[in-house]
Design a protein around this ligand. Structure first.
Ligand code: TAP
Length: 482
């Protein structure tokens, strides 16, 4: 398929060598899907990229059986150091083909190439390197004398960081000795399907990784309820996470849920203001705000509010919105029409509920899905835009007077995934970090990720941690008892 027409950056798109259509990857080979097919499109142009086969319940059954066979006959019998070698190989191959993956991710997802090139794909490789190192050291890390894998892991991921979410799930699962059936999101299956090439190049035994695109309610549901699955790892919306938790209640299937967020980014009057402005921009406009841990609620101390907001608007005015394949683009396309509708609908409640709206004035392409960076000021904690996860480039600004008021407002949310604090007073930083009900609290920065750090939520943001020791423990039976 010739993708050059997708964007005026032929030197980037020309390196893609995609097929016109993809089936499912089960037991080490491509097979036909039996749940129909759909085109995956570029959200920046609305043009089709490739036709994707969709798994039905029967296909999921085959994938789980293949994963079970691979677990029983090969993967669970292999030493940790051998598993580690496969993971190291995968990490190196991903690095070698990083540019190709970055372009594919940008085309399929709509996020800027600068982000996929400099953040997503390097982090993907980093995750595989990190967990490659764990594979032969599990028994040295307080994980029991003979830690055992759970067996077959069913993994369901969202569309906002497609390959990175795959890495967060597949790397620790394989390191711990599990086999995998992974369902990518229906709007962004491309890089997961390309990942098959990497597994094959690395010589991964058949059935250890199975990739099954499909619809959530069909393929996802079948995976969650399949009796042969020992663990479900899910990243996505709180509503689907809740549904999955109900489905698995009373079973012995291990479950981790990484769900939504409404991160508070708290700026005190003693913060380095220019750095805090930069961090705030990164906190909400990175990846079009399609970030579960985005700093979507800005809490500014009242006496610096006006100065801060003015500087913030000036900085946001310099953002370039448009073609995600252009290296100068800061804000790319919204991932789907459905997500755009959702962002527009929630944002439309801002002014009627009393907030003031400021939107970056800029041209956007005619085709594709676009939403201009938007800042609401004068927001109160009861406003819809301060409560609901928008998952788009929309910032709600609130104020506070005292540290306690900042804590109260920040914690006044059903979510508890992320927060950031900007202050030059160390003791205040520690008090805030202690009082914030959030899985991650960034200190004078925002949206920083590292494979050694555990990541996950409190409250309706889910449970379980991914990253570091916690991430690999989530794929082990406690104390090797299972
Ligand atoms: P969801 O609609 O929940 O979709 C996530 C995944 O679940 C997709 O693969 C989806 O398939 C599948 N799915 C849908 N219904 C299902 C069902 N009944 N059974 C099993 N699987 C099902 O979320 P989304 O719109 O893709 O992602 C946005 C949400 O994810 C946001 O709320 C965001 O905060 C959250 N998120 C959280 C994190 C972390 S780490 N906490 C990271 C990224 C995103 P389809 O694609 O076919 O719908």
């Amino acid at each position: 398929m010739n993708l050059r027409e997708l964007a005026p950056a032929p030197e980037s798109t020309a390196i893609l060598n995609l097929r016109d259509s993809y089936g499912l990857y089960i037991d080490g080979r491509w097979v036909d899907a039996h749940g129909g097919s759909m085109a995956t499109i570029s959200p920046a142009t609305e043009k089709p990229i490739a036709e994707i086969g969709l798994a039905n319940a029967g296909d999921i059954d085959l994938a789980v059986k293949a994963a079970r066979k691979a677990y029983d006959t090969v993967w669970s019998r292999m030493s940790g150091s051998e598993r580690g070698k496969y993971l190291f190989r995968i990490a190196r191959l991903l690095q070698e083909r990083a540019r190709e993956f970055a372009v594919a991710e940008t085309v399929d997802n709509g996020k800027p190439i600068r982000e996929t090139r400099d953040i997503d794909i390097p982090l993907v490789a980093a995750w595989f390197f990190h967990y490659a190192g764990w594979a032969d050291k599990l028994d040295f890390a307080g994980l029991g004398t003979n830690p055992r894998a759970l067996g077959v892991a069913g993994q369901i991921i969202p569309w906002n960081f497609p390959l990175l979410m795959l890495a967060w799930k597949v790397a620790p699962a394989l390191a711990a000795g599990n086999t995998v059936v992974l369902k990518p999101a229906e709007t962004t299956p491309l890089t997961a399907l390309m990942f098959v090439d990497i597994c094959e190049q690395a010589g991964l035994p058949a059935g250890v990784v199975n990739i099954v695109p499909g619809l959530g309610e069909v393929a996802g549901q079948a995976l969650v309820t399949h009796p042969g699955v020992n663990k479900i790892a899910f990243t996505g919306s709180t509503s689907v996470g809740r549904h999955i938790a109900r489905e698995l209640a009373g079973t012995d299937v291990a479950l981790t849920l990484e769900l939504g967020g409404k991160g508070a980014n708290i700026v005190f009057d003693d913060a380095a203001i220019d750095e805090a402005v930069e961090g705030t921009v990164n906190g909400i406009f990175f990846n079009q705000g399609h970030v579960c841990c985005a700093g979507s609620r800005l809490l500014v101390q009242e006496n610096v509010h006006d100065e801060f907001v003015e500087k913030l608007k000036r900085r946001v005015s310099t953002l370039r919105v448009g073609d995600p394949l252009d290296k100068n683009t800061d804000v790319g396309a919204i991932n789907s029409r459905e997500q755009l509708d959702r962002i527009e609908a929630i944002s439309a409640t801002g002014e009627p509920e009393g907030a003031s709206r400021w939107t970056l004035e800029c041209a956007v392409p005619k085709a594709g899905f676009w939403f201009r960076p938007t800042i609401f000021t004068g927001v109160s904690t009861s406003n819809t835009i301060a409560r609901e996860e928008i998952f788009g480039p929309v910032l709600s600004v609130l104020t506070f007077r005292t540290p306690q008021e900042a804590l109260d407002k920040a914690n006044n949310s059903p979510y508890g995934l992320s927060a950031g604090v900007w202050t030059q007073t160390a003791s205040r930083m520690l008090t805030m970090a202690d009082g914030l009900r959030a899985g991650v609290v960034w200190s004078n920065t925002f949206n920083q990720f590292d494979p050694t750090s555990p990541f996950g939520g409190y409250k309706e943001s889910g449970f379980g941690r991914e990253g570091g020791r916690h991430g690999v423990t989530a794929y082990l039976a406690a104390g090797g008892a299972r």
